[in-house]
Design a protein around this ligand. Structure first.
Ligand code: ATR
Length: 333
């Protein structure tokens, strides 16, 4: 049942994964009610059977429940998949509310033990600092993460939402296999602020929200609103009442190209991301098997020069920030 899969190497590590992985966050947190466990585990198993081998989670998704879910799903097939997780955002009792940043070596050492336990594994393939901690120099955090590599608890190190200068400082301590950042037809700022450093260091980009949190897949066209409990409706400016219609109009352009080619909008969005560079892998999120299948179909879609030209100006026209002011404040700028 394995689909056509293109493998890409993560940084200069020996880890090669399918260019299309799975972002698992939405199964447990942020995007409305969590998917029930049986359905979620079935989706994770189906994904692995179809050749998806890169599953992305984090300590703070849930918090904890997303890692626990992956642990349950993959304990009996751990060697078939690569698991990436993240630490550095303090977990508080209330779900979906970050409790501040902590990239201290102490937190790194204790967080990894919790993640290993929940993931039911003795190693994490790719371990990220989730957000830069302004009170801990990145060199100190990466120093602690490097010890986990030496101990065999972590395969490769990543950072999330950092820019080129931070990446270079970190890479002076230990090779950074990947930076995970938002990247899509709608979100392209890092082409200037991060891509040159990625190239210089041979670091991969793991592109999250490659579907614009669903907008580029046509999931939020007129009449389709994120539900009341959905974090996008509550805090993401691009989904606010003021901005959503302008962004829907931009998504219509993607949908139009998809219709002309007889493919899905999500395939256009993913094909675009993957053809922006060989150093990129994408981790679209989905809770549905039909959408997972559609997304894997992106391997077979190619974009013409005309398609690219039509998509190129959209990012500059997107209305609203990709995070609330609080979310923007914890991103490396
Ligand atoms: P994130 O990385 O934050 O998960 P994303 O990958 O850009 O964001 O988009 C995820 C969203 O796109 C989810 O809301 C997902 O909804 P489902 O769980 O209902 O699938 C939606 N999505 C993913 N693939 C899709 C597809 N092929 N068609 C429509 N919506 C899709």
């Amino acid at each position: 049942m394995t689909s056509l899969i293109e493998k890409r190497t993560i940084g200069r590590s020996d880890m090669a994964v399918g260019a299309i992985g799975l972002g698992c966050m939405g199964l447990s947190a942020f995007y409305g009610e969590p998917t029930d466990k049986t359905t979620a585990i079935r989706l994770l198993h189906e994904a692995a059977e179809r050749g998806v081998d890169h599953f992305d989670t984090a300590e703070m998704y849930g918090p904890h429940t997303n890692e626990t879910l992956l642990g349950k799903a993959f304990a009996d097939r751990r060697d078939k998949v690569k698991i990436a997780t993240k630490f550095g955002i303090r977990v508080v009792a209330k779900p979906d509310q970050p409790g501040g940043l902590d990239g201290s070596p102490e937190n790194c050492r204790s967080a990894v033990e919790g993640s290993l336990k929940r993931l039911q594994t003795d190693h994490i393939d790719l371990y990220y600092l989730h957000r830069l901690d302004p009170d801990t120099p990145v060199e100190e955090t990466v120093g602690a993460m490097a010890e986990l590599v030496t101990e065999g608890k972590v395969g490769a190190i990543g950072l999330s939402e950092v820019l080129g200068d931070t990446l270079k400082r970190a890479a002076a301590v230990h090779p950074i296999a990947a930076v995970q950042s938002e990247y899509s037809i709608f979100t392209r700022g890092i082409e200037q602020t991060l891509f040159p450093a990625l190239k210089e260091l041979g670091t991969s980009l793991v592109a999250y929200s490659p579907l614009g949190r669903g907008m580029l897949a046509g999931a939020f066209q007129r009449g389709k609103e994120p539900g009341d409990k959905d974090w996008r409706a509550v805090t993401v400016p691009r989904f606010s009442k003021e901005n959503i219609d302008a962004n829907r109009a931009l998504a219509d352009e993607v949908i139009g190209i998809a219709a002309r080619k007889g493919v899905t909008p999500s395939q256009i969005a993913l094909s675009w991301v993957l053809t922006q560079g060989e150093h990129i892998v994408a981790i679209p999120g989905t809770t549905k098997l039909a959408n997972l299948k559609a997304n894997l179909g992106a391997y077979e879609v190619s974009l013409s020069e005309d398609d690219r030209a039509a998509l190129a100006p959209l990012a500059d026209r997107v209305a609203g920030n990709r995070y609330s002011d609080m979310g923007m404040a914890i991103i490396d700028v």
